[in-house]
Design a protein around this ligand. Sequence first.
Ligand code: FAD
Length: 472
Amino acid sequence: ADATQNFDVAIIGGGPGGYVCAIRASQLGLKVALIEKRETIGGTCVNVGCIPSKALLDTSEHYHRIKHEMDDHGITVSSVKIDVKKMMARKERVVKELTDGLNFLMNKNKITVFRGTGSLVSAKPDAVEIKVEGEKPASLIAKKCVIATGSDIINIPSVPVDGKNIITSDHAIALEETPESMVVIGGGVIGLELGSVWSRLGTKVTVVEMLPDILMGLDASLRTLARRTLEKQGFTFKLETKVLGAQAKGKQVEVKIADKDGKEESIVASKVLVAVGRKPFHDSLGAEKVGVKINQRGRIEVDAHTLQTSVPGIYAIGDVIEGPMLAHKAEEEGVMVAEIIAGKPGHVNYDCVPFVVYTWPEIAWVGKGEDQLKAAGIEYNTGKYMFKPNGRAKAMNQTEGQIKIYADKRTDKILGVHIVGPNASELLGEAVVAMEFGGAAEDLGRSFHSHPTLSEVMKEAALDVNKMSIHQ
Ligand code: FAD
């Protein structure tokens, strides 16, 4: 190994948590090392998660619209075809441009990147020793260390992944042709998004979900709306249904399921996508060896105010700790920890983490839903508005959906905003900012919203909280 190198901060894992933390720490004048075992920076998100899935969602959305929605516009299109290989090549290009961009940012910020697997060797005050194993082994001493090793796919033992017929999201973003049929195990975000990609291209998709509904985090009334719109697009949902096992049979897979009464059934499909969630990843990190505590759920334990682990000087961020497994949550924690290490007051407001499902219509929410407000005994007013009467939505022919806003009955402070509708992902932004600023529904409702835009649905919903909506 090379001679030991010294840093102010060493970050293990180069996903959205780790690389953002590295940039912020460097901006604050610290000497930073980033250790990543993949060939490229960007983690799950850029390499096999957020970005490739959105690239494919975009292509499949164009295809679906051209095929099914152009007639109304007076556009005749004949013989619409999808070249799956070309779609995949574009996705690869999008990912490559972004990972190249991240390399540029690492250089620009003078971050020393080590390619290899990092592990903790010892932890003394202001001297954490880290070993890097890979093509060029290295040994580092850093005053502070940040664990940002992310998450990995959860497998079901009775549904053994073979990468061909029984697949995970890693494979579902890289199929070479459109499967005839697909059983998606798990009605969460990843299952619905990747199910949508293939469903739009012609795959018959059946989603099997153990819980009573899909997307259990979403406000109950919008959940039904979201499920119905997906059903209209051809999705079949089997709720409160357990998967007993799956077995490859030639080119097909047989999936055995049982409903809540125990009635068993077999579904035969070309592909089975296992999308039951992700688990924190810290294999070969040596966390426990140096005393970093891991909770029963496998997540690294941290202090809520500093994100410091049970070992002073070692911090942890992103998917590997508690909280929603989202790229922007990891990023904000990366910034927070860099600022704390640099002696500044870093902070993340977990009440304002946005959630987005990039189906069409999109689904997005921030803050509390009706069930949660009731459970917490908070009195609230509700405002709602549909996309149907909105001028821009009509002009776009995208009128499905609704925005719902909950605000404190006494203070009018916004407590939650839930959207099913066109461009919900982008529309949610102003709600997040309003909530960060402790805004009231009336503030949002009295703010200018350009006409005609979809954002006027937000304005009307905010006005409706105090029954001031103009257009209903
Ligand atoms: P990761 O991105 O998992 O990065 C951890 C990195 O650490 C990895 O690159 C890994 O190789 C490296 N590593 C691990 N151990 C070591 C070690 N010992 N030494 C060196 N390197 C190591 N989130 C969203 O917000 N929006 C989305 O639209 C979205 N879509 C998704 C779609 C899919 C299909 C999937 C799978 C995930 C999606 N996510 C999305 C979730 C998002 O990808 C994660 O929340 C995010 O990547 C977490 O960031 P992280 O930095 O904590 O970990």
